[in-house]
Design a protein around this ligand. Sequence first.
Ligand code: ADE
Length: 402
Amino acid sequence: MRIDIVTLFPELCDSFLHASILGRAAAKGLFEAHCHQIRDYTTNKQRQTDDYPYGGGCGMVLYAQPIADCLREVQRQCAAQGRAKPHIVFMTAAGQPYNEEKARQLAACDSLVLVCGHYEGIDERVIEAFGDEEISIGDYVLTGGELASLVVADSVLRLQPGVLAEAQGYQEESYWDGLIEYPQYTRPEVWEGRAVPPVLLTGDHNKIADWRGRQSRARTRLRRPDLYEQWCLTHPLAGAPRWKRSESATLVRTDSQWQAAAQLLAGWEGEQGRTADPAALRQQLEASRRQGWAYYLHSTAHQPDGLVGVCHKTGEIGRLLVAPEARDVGIGQKLLEFARKKLAEHPRPYLWVEPHNLGAVGLLLRMGYRLQSAESPETVPTGSDGTPLAKYRYTPSETGQS
Ligand code: ADE
């Protein structure tokens, strides 16, 4: 790959591209980088590169001419090397937001040119004439496009074959698959009283991979709910997980089963920061039977660790929850499928979910359920402060799995 940066500060960009990992990769010939001084292409005596904006206003605007001539020279050099026409990107705060997906697209170019603006901007006509796109690296304004172009160059060049020592390096990293990276640790095992998570010392690669996957998903859910939802939509859960011999789901009917169901529910309410009295919850659960609800208790090795309710009258699935210590092993998925089978008479069962409950939203999205409406149910539940809780209604999509 060939990368060209068109700038008023070529030395600055050059020193970055020829240092550290990128410097070594360039020396090995894994890519070619060239930085061009816009000023060298001026045609006026003072070698002036900018002027006052037409229409007034503060700051200066870069002339179109020197940038255009510089770009023509880069195009000529690429042609002389037998390369395709370079892809030209203008770095501006008004461009499209940059992300890893864009980095992967640009990494596939044989030749990429990044044009850095300065001062108040660049004469729009040269962007129109030469630009394939405009990119912004974030919703903030920099004094110039140099840092932005280096961000793009770095993230694109590290994807070139051979630049990173291990090909797996970039496949596992943040955003590669739409998830934030899991936490990393190195020696010593205990640092200032903080121990490395024990699973990382077991040498059991499957267990470590599972743990890292869970960490990535949990971190993404907490820190970047937007990325998490996107990831769930593009990563449907495959097939129905097998029930283990030690697992069961039984209709709640005995005293001890009602008790266990109410305890699980109280634990969940507590996690949401709401205080809940198990006895009152039990009363609510039992009373809802008259509206057509039936509840099923999931147990692993006779230990209750999950609950789901189904309403035969309406086709609603509710109170789907898994105890904290039993999460991330597929119990939620099994219970949702179980509930759907119980409601076989309803082709499109539905659930109400609070939008901030990303654990549930993620499970539903991955199981092919889609948002149907954002209205509140008829009996709007209220939070501890008495305000109604917004809930979203999800239902299996026509084409979705499960
Ligand atoms: N130039 C000034 N601010 C910028 C930004 N946020 N992204 C890209 N180029 C810029």
